[in-house]
Write a protein that binds this ligand. Structure first.
Ligand SMILES: NC(=O)c1ccc[n+]([C@@H]2O[C@H](COP(=O)([O-])OP(=O)(O)OC[C@H]3O[C@@H](n4cnc5c(N)ncnc54)[C@H](O)[C@@H]3O)[C@@H](O)[C@H]2O)c1
Length: 367
C-alpha cells in the first residue's frame, strides 16, 4: 500500500465535504475522485479538491483505478445500493451512519462484507468526541464501578435542510431514532459492552416540519422521544431526545452511573464531570449535605492534535486519522459493521415500539 493514499468520496453534500476537509488537512492522503449526481454538490466539492476527477455515477468512480479507499456519504436509503458495489472491490471502505434503513438491507450488507478481505469501517464518530472518549475510558477503567445506568440527553435544533429533502421522511432516513440516534445507541452499547435485549419508547412529531410538504408528501420525522433499553446484564439505558431544544446550553449530555460513582460528558461545553460515592462519606443522617461531593471533578477536555473541528468537535477528524492508520498498518477497523447493525436495529425497534405502543424484544427484529 502506498504511503500517500488516494481517496474517493461518494456523495459530496454537507457530510461528504466535511470528509474532504478532514482528508485535506490530516496528511498521508489526497482526494483523487468524487461522485455525486447533483452538480451543485460536485461544484462545491471541486472547489475544495480541485485535482479530483468528478463522476456522476459511483460505479464509474469505483472502476476508475484512481483510488485506494472510498468514503460513502450518500443519503441513508442509498447506502445499501452503493455498498453492494463498493464491497465487491478490494478498496478500503468507510460508510457513514446509519449503515442502512431496513433489516433486509443490513443482512445483505453483512453477506457482501463477509466475502471480502479489505477493511470496512463504520462511520460512527461520536465516540471520538474528546469528552465522550474520556468519559468512556473512565467508565472502562472502573471509574463508576459496575455500570447500571447510562443515559443520553440530546436537546438540539431541528434537522437542517438536505439535498432533495431526503431527511424529512422516515421512509428515506429509517426514522429519527435510526438516522440520528444510532450514534447514541452505539455509545450505550460500547460503554456497557453488550447490546440491548428489549426496547420501550414513546415519541412523536410534535413541533417540527408540520407545515412542510414535498411533492405532496407531509414531512414525517419524529422530533421528540424517550427510549428505554434493557440489557441482559440488568443494565438500563435511556435516550431523551428533543429536536426543538435549540436553547439548551449543553445539547448532548452522556451520563454513566455505576455502583461506585458517576461520569458525565457535556457538549458543546466539552466538559467531563466525575464523582465517586466513597468521596461523599456517610449520608446516614442529615448533618452532612448530600450535595457536597468532595471528590467531584470537573475537567474541560480538548484534543490539541485535531487540525479540523468540523461540525462534530473534531471527532470526524480523529476518525479519519484512525481509518487512514488502519489502512496503512493493515489493522482491523475500530468501528465495525456490527456496530452499524446493532445501532440501527435498536433504532428500528424503538420506532416499532412507538408505532405499536408496546415493549419490543430485539429478537423480534434480529435473532
Ligand atoms: N457522522 C455524522 O455525524 C453525520 C452527520 C451528517 C450526515 N451524516 C450522514 O452522511 C450521509 C450524507 O448526509 P449529508 O448531510 O451529507 O446529506 P446531503 O443531502 O447534504 O448530501 C448527500 C449527497 O449525496 C448525493 N447523492 C445521492 N445519491 C447519491 C449516489 N447514489 N451517489 C453519489 N452521491 C449521491 C446527493 O446528491 C448529495 O449531494 C447520510 O447518511 C447522513 O446520515 C453523518
Amino acid at each position: 500500500m502506498k504511503s500517500e493514499l488516494r481517496y474517493g468520496v461518494i456523495g459530496v453534500g454537507s457530510m461528504g465535504r466535511e470528509h474532504i476537509s478532514n482528508i485535506k488537512v490530516m496528511g498521508g492522503a489526497t482526494v483523487t475522485a468524487i461522485s455525486d449526481p447533483h452538480s451543485p454538490s460536485i461544484a462545491a466539492a471541486l472547489e475544495m479538491a480541485p485535482g479530483a476527477k468528478a463522476f456522476s455515477d459511483h460505479r464509474d468512480l469505483l472502476d476508475s483505478g484512481l483510488i485506494d479507499a472510498v468514503i460513502i456519504a450518500t443519503p441513508n436509503d442509498t447506502h445499501a445500493a452503493v455498498l453492494k458495489d463498493a464491497l465487491a472491490t478490494d478498496l478500503a471502505v468507510f460508510v457513514e451512519k446509519p449503515l442502512a434503513t431496513t433489516i433486509s438491507d443490513l443482512k445483505s450488507i453483512l453477506d457482501w462484507d463477509a466475502k471480502r478481505s479489505a477493511m470496512t469501517w463504520m462511520g460512527l464518530e461520536y465516540r471520538f468526541m474528546p469528552p465522550v472518549t474520556e468519559a468512556i475510558a473512565r467508565a472502562k477503567e472502573g471509574g463508576a464501578g459496575k455500570i447500571h445506568q447510562i443515559s443520553i440527553r440530546e436537546h438540539r435544533e431541528p434537522f437542517y435542510p438536505k439535498i432533495d429533502n431526503w431527511n424529512r421522511f422516515t421512509e428515506r432516513t429509517g426514522g429519527t431514532l435510526v438516522e440520528k440516534c444510532c450514534h447514541y445507541f452505539n455509545l450505550m452499547d460500547l460503554v456497557l459492552g453488550e447490546q440491548p435485549i428489549r426496547v420501550f419508547a414513546s415519541g412523536g412529531q410534535s413541533v417540527n416540519h408540520l407545515d412542510e410538504k414535498y411533492d405532496g408528501q407531509q414531512a414525517n420525522m419524529l422530533d421528540n422521544a424517550y427510549v428505554i433499553l434493557e440489557y441482559a446484564s440488568g443494565a438500563r439505558g435511556m435516550l431523551d431526545l428533543c429536536m426543538f431544544g435549540e436553547g439548551s446550553f449543553d445539547k448532548e449530555i452522556l451520563t454513566i452511573v455505576g455502583d461506585a460513582g458517576k461520569i458525565e460528558s457535556f457538549l458543546p461545553s466539552q466538559t467531563v464531570k466525575a464523582s465517586r460515592r466513597d468521596s461523599i462519606g456517610d449520608l446516614s443522617n442529615w448533618a452532612q449535605g448530600a450535595s457536597r461531593a468532595r471528590g467531584s471533578e470537573v475537567k474541560i477536555v480538548h484534543n490539541y492534535d485535531v487540525k479540523y473541528m468540523g461540525h462534530h468537535y473534531g471527532a470526524s477528524y480523529i476518525e479519519h486519522v484512525k481509518f487512514r492508520d488502519a489502512i496503512l498498518n493493515s489493522t482491523p477497523a475500530e468501528v465495525t459493521l456490527l456496530d452499524g447493525v446493532t445501532s440501527v436495529v435498536t433504532g428500528l425497534a424503538a420506532h416499532k415500539s412507538i408505532n405499536e405502543a408496546r415493549v419490543v424484544e430485539i429478537k423480534e427484529l434480529w435473532s
